[in-house]
Write a protein that binds this ligand. Sequence first.
Ligand code: BES
Ligand code: MN
Ligand code: ZN
Length: 457
Amino acid sequence: MLEIFVDSRDATATPVWLLRSSRLKDWCDSHAGAAAAWVETSGFKAETGKVLLLPDGSGGAAGVLLGTGDGADPFVTGALPTVLPLRTYRFADLDGIGAENAVLGFALGTYQFDRYTRKKRENPCLILPDGVDGEEVSRLARAIFLVRDLINTPANDMNPADLAIAALKVADVHGANSRVIVGDELLVENYPMVHAVGRAAEVAPRLVDFTWGRADAPKVTLVGKGVCFDTGGLDLKPSSAMLLMKKDMGGAANVLALADLIMGAKLDVRLRVLIPAVENNVAGNAFRPGDVLQSRKGMTVEIGNTDAEGRLVLADALTEADSEAPDLVIDMATLTGAARTALGPDLPPFYTHDDALAVEIAQAASTTFDPLWRMPLWQPYDSWLSSKIADVNHISDGPFAGSITAALFLGRFIEKSKAWVHFDIYGWMPKPRPGRPVGGEAQAIRALYCLLKSRFG
Ligand code: BES
Ligand code: MN
Ligand code: ZN
């Protein structure tokens, strides 16, 4: 369990009242006297994430008010840990926010990416409300912290070798069987596009492959885009677009955290995780626009733009995933800028041919407040990927529907899997929200964990 959680009924814990703006007047009426007067004096309006300490008359804090505004943010308690004095708190009123979300939000608010700073922050403690499973919330929080740490770590400390080590660490904790194919071995083992994308980088490309669980359990395979840095390759990105590209392994980071949750909960699945870990960089041996690559599947792929590298490394990994005809293949990738243009940073699109699965995902997304939106694998656009000299082009030549055409390209490498779903995530908070500082962020994994738990728990 996280250190911040206290599993007792400490009567000296400071009460925290969550409060919507519309209920502020009621609260003041029922707490008439010094507390209500202090609310008035301080101009507290119970806006989302606003915190007010209530004085106890002798220099201490009698309690805390946390504004929840319209009550729409279930993780609003994430605003507390960074501003509260270091002591132990308990929730006195959640004002409609679910207890488990309130606890998770508080935990998420304790996150600090402190790898490169001496200014490490200490955190206040929280008494677990009745009925909240502190272990489960801790596992969720730790998984999300793993995603954030992996994404926030810059590419000089998170290269393909570092990412592979991080993946093996997750595998080893749960006793998974793992294997890493490195450098020219990728050619011997027939992962030509993983090799082509990563070969110009100083640190060799590699494929991490681990399996866990009962051999005859339902097969669930996770594939994550692990582009540790995306310069764009010879189709070099402008500096403004390159600045954040340490996050281009966000798919891999999320997949590893989801795998950690699945294995930690001992779900009855045969889990497989495939992570192509590469850096898309520039050198004399870089792949070029106009090149034709051989894929693992045998299909030839014309390169329209070296900056559309993610779908290439995913294609080889998905081919391998598909070869076992798993029950479910999930891939996650920071794949296109177009997904952000369509839905913005906080609402990742997902793609699947399976309508029932799509409904299940949308349901899980809404119950876990982990927003996701289905977009179509619009078949008529598939012809946009045709090539005059190869079996397929990996991009279309127009500016339209870039997230859809990327998904359609990936879909060409899925044949035998019973179900497949692709997530085009952003993996980053551009603006802070309570418990979610600017930086790397987990997306879709709470929803997917909820779905998998209900199927295989
Ligand atoms: N990693 C990028 C996509 C990306 C950019 C995700 C910014 C999140 C934020 C990907 O490799 C890429 O560069 N995609 C290109 C594809 C295009 C060349 C067809 C894009 O989206 O512009
Ligand atoms: Mn790119
Ligand atoms: Zn990329």
